[in-house]
Design a protein around this ligand. Structure first.
Ligand code: ADP
Ligand code: MG
Length: 255
């Protein structure tokens, strides 16, 4: 069953000289429910722009985005607010996305309060459940983001993304800022959560070895285009595009 379809999506920015910079060029792809689509490509290839366009955080020039067969391309702010329960995001830098002046309790309560999850007791219960699921100690609630390690902060960002029981998550370089040993802990956590919640996910990373671990499908981006898309294992075993081959050969132990 299809969950997302992107059709002929294009987006340009103006560079500092005022020239038009085509960042996404006629991008089309589909995802089924339960798919984890890894989007890989070098820095500047347009991965983040694609993720933000799907989340409707930036306006696109042309094309359409269908979520559960509903065209959300021109959804109003009000309609998007409802959809935010379903579609969540995890960014690379939890420091940038977690308010430093808010306790973890406030950070995790906020989406639940905004979306009227329930009364104080129900919210409290949900927060305890979330802490448990992401492997944070119970006494975390009164603490502030700076009192945690990078890996723990990413666990908080994951808990917040999960709070409203979403169906779809866009994770943009979610483990890229972490040490390798911590990276694998967070990848394992995300894999477990994908199963527990029956989630679909777009997992953006410049790091092919991370994509290989987490995704069942892979899209390779180069200069605003998807040059290759397919089953992760098959694609890595038998890449069709030269650029994919180059990416694979640049990662030690990949082939
Ligand atoms: P990636 O995530 O693959 O590194 P991005 O989507 O962040 O790539 O960026 C793709 C290109 O678009 C880059 O050349 C970047 O400089 C440019 N770009 C991204 N956002 C903006 C913006 N808001 N204004 C102008 N140029 C942008
Ligand atoms: Mg990026």
């Amino acid at each position: 069953m299809k969950i997302l379809e992107v059709m002929n999506l294009s987006k340009s920015f103006k560079d500092p000289n005022g020239n038009k910079l085509k960042v996404l060029k006629d991008i089309s792809f589909k995802m089924n429910k339960g798919d984890v689509l890894g989007i890989v490509g070098e820095s500047g290839s347009g991965k983040t722009t694609l993720g933000r366009a799907i989340l409707r955080l930036i306006e696109i020039d042309s094309g359409s985005i269908l979520y559960n067969n509903i065209n959300i391309t021109n959804f109003s702010k009000t309609k998007m607010k409802v959809l935010r329960k379903d579609i969540q995001v995890i960014f690379q830098d939890p420091f940038g996305s977690l308010n430093p002046r808010h306790s973890i309790k406030t950070i995790l309560s906020e989406p639940l309060v905004v979306h009227k999850f329930g009364n104080a007791i129900k919210i409290q219960r949900r927060i305890s459940e979330l802490l448990d699921q992401v492997g944070l100690p119970k006494n975390s609630l009164e603490l502030y983001p700076h009192e945690f390690s990078g890996g723990q902060r990413q666990r908080i960002a994951i808990a917040r993304a999960l709070s409203l029981k979403p169906k779809f998550i866009v994770a943009d370089e979610a483990v890229s800022a972490l040490d390798v040993s911590i990276q694998s802990q967070i990848i394992n956590l995300i894999s477990k959560i994908l199963k527990d919640y029956g989630l679909s996910m777009i997992f953006i990373s410049h790091d092919l070895s991370v994509i290989k671990h987490i995704s069942n499908k892979i899209a390779v981006m180069k200069k605003g285009e998807i040059v290759e898309i397919g089953d992760t294992i098959k694609t890595l075993k038998n890449p069709k595009h030269n650029y994919t081959r180059m990416l694979i050969s640049s990662v030690p132990g990949m082939k």
